[in-house]
Design a protein around this ligand. Structure first.
Ligand code: GCB
Length: 606
C-alpha cells in the first residue's frame, strides 16, 4: 500500500501543482482481458494509433457518458491517455510527482511507456515520483489502465458470471450491495513538485486544557540531506493569518504548540463559531534559516472521548443528526464535482444535520476539507460492504483499505469515528476472529477515535459488535420488514436499540432507516413509495428516537439516504434507490421539510 506521504497536493513557496483534469482519450477493451492492451503495448504510444478513441472527461465515471449500454455495463478494462508538458525549469532542484485522487477499481499507470504505478481498491489516493521518467521542456504521455472487476477477494467483493446472450456470451458483474459499480478516473489527477529534500508527511493530534489548545505534531522529511543541518519550524496561524503559536528555532521533527484563548473546533450548531480551523505552517529550513520546503495544513483543535454510554466532543455529549450518503450524480456517476459538493454541503446545513457516514467507501479529500470547515462530523467508512467468505486474502486487503484511509484522513478534525464495514455477514462464526483482527489493527493505527461498523445482523446472532466501541445498526422497519405497517415501526426500533445496548453496554446509534419514495407520487392514506409514506415512516422513527434519547447511550440517527442514487438494474429499484430525502438532482421531497424541522429542533436552535 501507498502509505508513505500522500499529503494533499498544495502549492506553496516551494511547491507547484498542475492539474491534468480535462478531456482524455478513452477506449474500452473489447473483451474482459487485463492483458490484451498490455500484450499489444497500448501504453507505448498514443492510444489513438491502435484504437479508435472517444473523448472522456476526467474526473468522472465513464459509465453514463455515452449512449451505449455496452459502455455503461462494461466489465473489465478500459484505457485512458493524454499528453502534457513538463516545464524545463522543473528539472533543477525538484522532484516531480504524479498523483491520482482515486481510480476505481484497479489502476495501472505508465508515463512515456514506463509503468510508474499500480493501485487497487478505488476511493483512495496514490502517487509516484516520476522525476526520472518525464521529459523536461517537452511533451509527455500518460496512460492509465482501469479495471472495474470485483471478485471474492476485492474490497468490496463481487462475482463475474459468464452468461449466454442472443449473440454469444457476455460477462456480467454481480454484487450484493445496491449502489452502481461506477468506474473510471473518479478524482483529480495532478502533477506536482517538491524540493529534493521535502516534507513527506505530517501527523497532528490535539487536546484542550482549560482555555489552552494543544497541538502535537510529528513531521516526516524525506530525501538526501547531504551535509546540511536542517530544522523544522512550525507556526500556527489563526483565521486572520496571525501567528498564535510557534516553535523555537532549531526544533525537532516533533513538538507541541500551545495556543492561548483557543477557539476549539465545534460541530455545526453546537457553538456559534463551529468548524474553526487554524493553519499549521511547517517550514523545513537549512542552518541559515532559509526555507527548503513549506507545507500548510488546516488544523481543528478538539478532543474526542467516549465511554459506555456517551460520545463527547470538547467534553460535551454529542447527538448525531445525519445521513448515509453516496458520491453519486447524473452523468458524472462518482466523479468529483465541486458544484455538486458545494450544493450538498449547503443542503446538509439547510436541513440542520451535523454529520454523515461516508457509506460505503472513502469520499473525496475535497469533501473532507469541506466537512472540516462546515463543522460536519464524519463517520469515515472503509470500502468493505456486505463482507462474507472471510479469509486471509480478503483480510489483507480490508486492512490495507483501512490503513490507507487512516493515513489519508488522520488529520481531519471532522473525522470522529472509523467505520470498518457496512452490513458484514456477522452471524457467521468466522466473523468473530476476522473482526477482532480488523478492529485491533485499526486501533493500532489510531486510538484517538472510536471504531464502529454498521450492522444488520440481529444483536443475538451477531459476532462482531463486541470488538467495536460504538454500535451502529441498520434496519428498514416498515419497508423491508413489515412493508405498509407503519404501526409496527416505533416499538421495533426501540426494542432493537435496547437489545444492542443490553448485550454490549456501549453507545448505540441507528445508522440506516428509510423508505423508497418516488418524487411527486402522493397517496392518502399513505402507501409504499409515496411521499406521504416516507414522511410517516420518518415520524414513526422520530417517536422511537425520542423515547431512546432519554438514555444517554442512544447517540444518533442517520436517515438512509441523503439523495436518490443509481443502482444496478433490478425489479426492486425504480431508476435507482429512491430512499433519498432529496432527489438525485438535489430537490427536496416532502420528507426533507419534516426532517429539517426535527434536526433544527433537536439541535436546540430552531
Ligand atoms: C442497506 C444497505 C444500503 C442499501 C439500503 C437499501 O441496508 O446498507 O447500502 O442501499 O440497505 O436501501 O436497501
Amino acid at each position: 500500500p501507498q502509505t508513505k506521504g500522500l499529503l494533499y497536493p498544495r502549492e506553496s513557496e516551494t511547491r507547484e501543482v498542475r492539474s491534468l483534469d480535462g478531456i482524455w482519450n478513452f477506449v474500452k477493451s473489447e473483451k474482459y482481458s487485463v492483458t490484451q492492451g498490455i500484450r499489444e503495448h497500448w501504453y507505448k504510444n498514443d492510444l489513438s494509433r491502435v484504437r479508435k478513441t472517444i473523448p472522456m472527461p476526467v474526473p468522472a465515471s465513464y459509465n453514463d457518458i455515452g449512449e451505449d449500454a455496452d459502455l455503461r455495463d462494461h466489465v473489465g478494462t478500459v484505457w485512458y491517455d493524454r499528453r502534457f508538458f513538463i516545464p524545463k525549469h522543473w528539472q533543477k532542484e525538484q522532484r516531480v510527482w504524479i498523483r491520482f485522487g482515486s481510480v476505481h477499481y484497479d489502476a495501472h499507470v505508465w508515463v512515456n511507456g514506463v509503468q510508474v504505478l499500480q493501485h487497487e481498491i478505488g476511493h483512495l489516493p496514490f502517487e509516484a515520483e516520476i522525476s526520472n521518467v518525464v521529459k523536461y521542456g517537452e511533451e509527455n504521455l500518460i496512460t492509465v489502465l482501469c479495471d472495474n472487476a470485483l471478485l471474492k477477494t476485492t474490497v468490496p467483493q463481487g462475482n463475474i458470471l459468464e452468461k449466454a446472450t442472443d449473440d454469444g456470451v457476455t460477462l456480467i458483474q454481480s454484487y450484493s450491495f445496491d449502489f452502481f459499480n461506477y468506474a473510471g478516473i473518479h478524482r483529480s489527477v495532478v502533477i506536482y513538485t517538491t524540493p529534493k529534500l521535502y516534507i513527506e508527511d505530517v501527523t497532528v493530534t490535539t487536546d484542550l486544557s482549560e482555555r489552552k489548545g494543544i497541538v502535537q505534531y510529528e513531521v516526516k522529511i524525506n530525501g538526501d540531506k547531504g551535509n546540511w543541518l536542517t530544522y523544522v519550524k512550525v507556526n500556527l496561524r489563526n483565521k486572520e493569518g496571525d501567528v498564535v503559536s510557534t516553535t523555537k528555532s532549531g526544533s525537532d521533527l516533533q513538538g507541541v504548540l500551545i495556543v492561548d484563548n483557543v477557539k476549539p473546533w465545534w460541530p455545526y450548531l453546537m457553538h456559534p463559531e463551529y468548524g474553526y480551523l487554524y493553519t499549521l505552517e511547517i517550514s523545513l529550513c537549512n542552518e541559515e534559516q532559509q526555507d527548503i520546503d513549506i507545507y500548510r495544513l488546516k488544523v481543528g483543535i478538539r478532543t474526542l472521548a467516549w465511554d459506555k454510554s456517551r460520545f463527547l466532543i470538547n467534553g460535551e455529549p454529542v447527538y448525531f443528526r445525519g445521513f448515509g450518503r453516496h458520491e453519486d450524480a447524473d452523468i458524472r456517476g462518482k466523479g468529483l464535482d465541486l458544484a455538486l459538493l458545494t450544493k450538498d454541503f449547503n443542503l446538509i446545513k439547510w436541513i440542520g444535520a451535523n454529520s454523515y457516514r461516508t457509506s460505503h467507501y472513502p469520499y473525496s479529500e475535497e469533501s473532507m476539507q469541506f466537512a472540516d470547515e462546515h463543522g460536519i462530523m464524519i463517520i469515515d467508512e472503509c470500502p468493505s460492504v456486505d463482507t462474507e467468505h472471510y479469509g486471509q486474502a480478503l483480510l489483507d486487503k480490508h486492512e490495507s483499505s483501512i490503513e490507507q484511509l487512516i493515513h489519508r484522513d488522520k488529520n481531519h478534525p471532522s473525522v470522529v469515528m472509523w467505520s470498518i464495514a457496512n452490513e458484514p455477514r456477522t452471524a457467521s462464526g468466522q466473523a468473530d476472529a476476522y473482526f477482532e483482527r480488523v478492529a485491533n489493527f485499526t486501533k493500532t493505527l489510531d486510538n484517538t477515535r472510536p471504531i464502529t461498523a454498521a450492522i444488520a445482523t440481529p444483536a443475538w446472532d451477531d459476532k462482531a459488535a463486541k470488538h467495536l466501541d460504538i454500535i451502529s445498526f441498520n434496519r428498514y422497519n416498515g419497508w423491508y420488514s413489515n412493508p405498509g405497517h407503519l404501526d409496527m415501526v416505533t416499538q421495533h426500533v426501540v426494542e432493537e436499540a435496547d437489545s444492542w445496548h443490553k448485550r454490549h453496554d456501549k453507545p448505540v446509534l441507528m445508522s440506516e432507516y428509510g423508505a423508497d419514495t418516488l418524487e411527486g407520487y402522493h397517496s392518502l392514506p399513505e402507501f409504499v413509495w409515496s411521499e406521504e409514506y416516507q414522511s410517516k415512516i420518518l415520524s414513526q422513527h422520530f417517536k422511537a428516537f425520542d423515547l431512546l434519547r432519554k438514555h444517554d447511550w442512544f447517540i444518533g440517527e442517520f436517515v438512509w439516504n441523503f439523495a436518490d442514487f443509481k443502482t444496478a438494474q433490478g425489479v426492486t429499484r425504480a431508476g435507482g434507490n429512491k430512499k433519498g430525502i432529496f432527489t438525485r438532482n438535489r430537490h427536496p421531497k416532502a420528507a426533507a421539510h419534516l426532517l429539517r424541522q426535527r434536526y433544527f429542533s433537536i439541535s436546540g436552535k430552531l
